[in-house]
Design a protein around this ligand. Structure first.
Ligand code: B16
Ligand code: MG
Length: 218
């Protein structure tokens, strides 16, 4: 491991809480199919790709669908989800995010996004955060979902930084595993009991500082 030269950010749960909109849209889909979907169930979808999320939802409802029907259901869910995303604005950026991104820029630390979402570009635009990111790797540019490290490895490559000099910020266990599998350092955003494998766990980006980032240098 080396000195921190780049920070790679997950989107949902780190920069913005889109999980609440995913939840509303998945719940409506479940209810239309005749079963319920709880907030606890929704935890299982965090960091997981859209089609895998649908498979989990269908298994909860014990419903079987053909591949064709699944594509139609995922499209319907996404159209509903987008109605909420299109109403979002910068006020939904999670506390401390902009300040931390600005601090990193000042310190010449490179910044990339590594998200499973196919809507990441649209969300960053709604939040007016796009210009902070030198590279954006999202669900449209990866073949393998987290815990596979592809999304973060591509991010490091796009920035021209070695994996060991990158720090990943993640709220999902699969994302922490992806960062570690990619040979990167990881800051977990959330609870120690879920993200304990990360090098450091904090409540949110508002708890980050150069001093804390420096703890990951060696
Ligand atoms: P979409 P992240 C993930 O975003 C979400 O955590 C996950 O719940 C969602 O299913 C996934 O994006 C795909 O999202 O349907 O917009 O392509 O945490 O990797 O930024
Ligand atoms: Mg996330």
């Amino acid at each position: 491991m080396g000195k921190v030269k780049a920070c790679l950010f997950d989107l949902d749960g780190v920069i913005v809480d889109t999980a609440k909109y995913h939840y509303i849209a998945w719940k409506e889909l479940a209810n239309e199919m005749g079963f319920d979907f709880t907030l606890e169930d929704n935890e299982r979808l965090k960091g997981v790709s859209r089609m895998t999320s649908l498979d989990i939802l269908l298994s909860i409802g014990q419903v079987e669908k053909s591949e064709e029907e699944k594509v139609a259901l995922a499209t319907k869910k996404n159209e509903n989800y987008l109605t909420y995303i299109l109403k979002m604005g910068p006020e939904e950026i999670l506390p401390g995010t902009k300040e931390f991104l600005e601090l990193l820029q000042k310190e010449n630390i490179k910044i990339a996004l590594g998200s499973a979402s196919k809507n990441a570009m649209l969300i960053l635009e709604r939040l007016k955060l796009t210009s902070y990111f030198e590279a954006i790797i999202d669900g449209t540019s990866v073949a393998k979902a987290k815990p596979d490290p592809e999304v973060f490895i591509k991010g490091a490559e796009a920035l021209g930084v070695q994996a060991e000099d990158c720090v990943v910020f993640e709220d999902a266990e699969a994302g922490v595993e992806a960062a570690l599998a990619g040979g990167m350092k990881c800051v977990g955003i959330g609870k120690e009991d879920v993200l304990g494998k990360a090098h450091l766990v904090v409540d949110g980006l508002h708890k980050m500082s150069m001093q804390k980032l420096g703890l990951l240098n060696d």
